[in-house]
Design a protein around this ligand. Sequence first.
Ligand code: ADP
Length: 251
Amino acid sequence: MGSYKIQFKNVNKDYVSENGVLKVLGNINIHVKDGEFVSIIGPSGCGKSTLFHILTQIEPQYLGSIEIEGIPLEKYQKKMSYMHQKDLLMPWRTMMDNVVLPLELEGVSKKKAYEEFYKLLPVFGLKGFERAYPNEMSGGMRKRAALFRTIMVDSDIMLLDEPFGALDAINRSKMQEWLLKIWHQFKRTVVFVTHDIEEAIFLSDRIYVLSNRPAKVIEEVTIHFPRPRGTDILIDNEFLKYKKILLDALK
Ligand code: ADP
């Protein structure tokens, strides 16, 4: 048994098309411990989303090996929840019916699914909007609904791909604080892709920095701020030190 929740060993990935071969991942070694919050930052187009596409087996071809709880990825039976950059809420479904979709797909009855929904509704700050359609909700509310739906997946691994990318700074900061609360409450293992250095420092236990394509790990930083964390750490000297290390790595 491997001791890591997720482990990438020497993972390489090329995309082959009529235009030739695009080398995307160049020998990636990454691990995530059980319950850890790990961020991956790197330049746009370096292959961050590709890591998630491989993990969720949307993209089944790669070289190297990946183990989840010590089991080869291809033999791992449990699901992982995955939140895409876009919230991907279905416009014709109410917020509530979007959120319970993973349960519906598992064959859970509507009645039970709604019971689960109402148990968690207060946590997500969406009370009163159960029957709202996505176009009647603000950007922040839509993100919370998308995260609510992600939590509904029966999985202890959450893959979040730039979930707050489209939000303004104030909403983004609120969502980050709120995500940390959710993470404490649900005790999931989180892999978080972002290109926002401050967001990564604020949220993470550890950060991997990837290089330009073909992506390699060029820096790994452990963030030692105690938890629970508040926005006061944003003006801490240590925060600036981490920021400098990450900025230098991305130069
Ligand atoms: P990031 O998430 O870091 O912005 P991606 O993983 O989305 O980067 O993409 C890495 C590179 O691979 C990009 O150049 C992208 O155009 C290319 N790419 C992604 N998916 C495919 C695909 N299915 N076929 C061909 N090229 C792809």
